[in-house]
Design a protein around this ligand. Structure first.
Ligand SMILES: [Zn+2]
Length: 309
């Protein structure tokens, strides 16, 4: 039973976060939604794409998988004939950066320093336990040409598009992208709607950083901002607050277990996250999230330690 469960987990993990060669992208269609003002959301497979479109051209946030790049390009052409000027990566995962090499021929990619490092060196993404996806080193053309440590602003289309880095959340290179004039924010994978989030503990992410990052973002955003999650439909700040509450409540339960010197296996047997089981999903199950919290709070990692920030 346990072995079957692990195999199923692995399949789901790869399905949600799939390696290009394992997935049939031919049937994927790119859906375009206008979020507000100059900002659009594109959905295909992988992370949500943001696009700021205007007289100066297009600023793209994330680019999904390499085999979808031409479809994404065609969807952008459906909005405007203007060129792609810049691409911003919210983090290094291959479901957000796969189109980098294709799009960087049109405009430079901007990302946090650690995104470039992890794309260049390759990285083991995982929760320190059952979830694990190897990211191979990427070719030079896919590496962000412009990197920053704290924040950067792109002034185009009458917008002041701000990329704000929050440390050690979903990964160690996350940025939240805020479009003040349109009143839209792209949260990257620090906020997702598929249930318990994946936290890349092996890639420098942590539960504490994810909570403080999302709370830090909320503090800087207007109450009525429209929220593009890393994955899922357009949301609002109440959705984000409910998500942070779940993160804090589940963290507290595991911290309590650690104070009582419970092992991971004991917490699994006791099903300490059962009150939040509606968040248990195909991608991150209750047990997988428990492993994530446990490994994050106790500092356990699977990958060889690479110091990135
Ligand atoms: Zn991600």
């Amino acid at each position: 039973m346990r072995i079957i469960f692990r195999v199923v987990m692995q399949v789901f993990f790869l399905a949600s976060f799939c390696l290009a060669q394992d997935h049939d992208f031919s049937k994927v269609e790119i859906k375009v939604t206008r979020v507000a003002g100059s900002v659009y959301m594109l959905q295909g497979a992988g992370g949500n794409i943001g696009a700021c479109v205007g007289e100066d051209g297009i600023v793209v946030v994330d680019d999904q998988y390499a085999p979808l790049a031409e479809k994404i390009q065609a969807a952008l052409k459906g909005i405007t004939d203007k060129p792609v000027r810049f691409i911003i990566n919210t983090h290094y995962h291959l479901d957000h950066t796969g189109g980098n090499e294709f799009f960087q021929k049109q405009g430079p990619i901007i990302a946090h320093d650690n995104v470039r490092k992890r794309l260049e060196e390759g990285s083991a993404a995982g929760n320190g336990a059952s979830m694990h996806v190897e990211h191979k080193p990427q070719p030079k053309g896919a590496l962000p040409i412009i990197t920053f440590d704290h924040e950067v602003t792109v002034h185009l289309n009458g917008e002041d598009i701000r990329a704000l880095h929050f440390p050690a959340g979903h990964t160690d290179g996350d940025s939240v992208i805020y479009f003040p004039k349109a009143n839209v924010v792209h949260m990257g994978d620090d906020f997702v709607t598929y249930g318990f989030p994946f936290i890349d503990v092996d890639g420098g992410g942590s539960i504490d950083g994810m909570i403080s990052g999302v709370e830090g973002a909320i503090a800087q955003l207007p109450a009525d901002v429209k929220v593009i999650p890393g994955h899922g439909p357009i949301s609002n700040l109440d959705d984000v607050r409910a998500y942070v509450k779940m993160l804090k409540d589940t963290r507290a339960v595991v911290q309590d277990g650690l104070r009582k010197q419970m092992t991971l296996e004991q917490m699994k047997e006791k099903k300490v996250l059962d009150p939040w089981k509606k968040y248990s999903g195909d991608f991150v199950s209750e047990d997988a999230f428990l492993e994530t919290l446990y490994n994050s709070l106790t500092g356990q990692k699977n990958s060889k330690f690479i110091k990135h920030n």
